[in-house]
Write a protein that binds this ligand. Sequence first.
Ligand code: ADP
Ligand code: MG
Length: 248
Amino acid sequence: MLLIRTENLTRLYRLGDETVTALLDVTLSIDRGDFVAVMGPSGSGKSTFMNVIGCLDRPTSGRYWLDGEEVSALDADALAAIRNLKIGFVFQQFNLLDRLDALSNVELPLIYANVERAKRRELATAALARVGLGERTLHRPTQLSGGQQQRVAIARALVNEPKVLLADEPTGALDSRTSLELMALLQALNREGTTVIIVTHEPDIATYAARLIRFLDGRVVGDTRQQQADAAQVLRQIVRLPEQEAAE
Ligand code: ADP
Ligand code: MG
């Protein structure tokens, strides 16, 4: 079932007399339950695409439907409401509030959604458990590792059951082992039904997606489906290696 549809999505930036074409005529469809990796060189429009899809930004021209609703026609307030209801965003630098503990960070979207306090606690606690951080709810971001901080960010993105999880270079600040653990988590969430779109410039990370969309100069220049590598399985192999050595 169709979740995202764009037609000729274009985003121009004006810089003085110059016009920068960040996105040009992007027409594509993404189904519910898909796992998409967006690739392309720096400056090719990946983040601009995610920001428009995530209702953080509006296209200069073209149309965009999310979950059956045309969002390219909405004003800023309506866009913010859609964003809060239907989008979960994860960023490379986690973007957590350092003065709040993990639980309070995850509760933030629920405050904006006017969910009452006891219910907020319950949902945020469940979201942290879902990402494997059930015992770290009272830690502040500075008391957590990078991988744990990114899990808090994912819990925050998922806490109000969004239609789609958007992650812009979510492993960009993580080491390779922690990146793999994060991909295993995203694959598990995807198997539970969450639609996932990630931006990455790492070919290894892209192998865990089911569909690969390539950008160049603001245009889609490639769109292929692929056999998804299994991050949890790769992790198990890495963990098993020292044991095998000991047995030999
Ligand atoms: P990517 O994420 O693939 O590195 P971006 O979407 O961030 O690429 O940027 C695409 C193009 O749009 C680049 O040329 C970039 O310089 C330009 N751009 C992005 N954001 C802005 C902005 N706020 N003002 C002007 N130009 C921008
Ligand atoms: Mg970017």
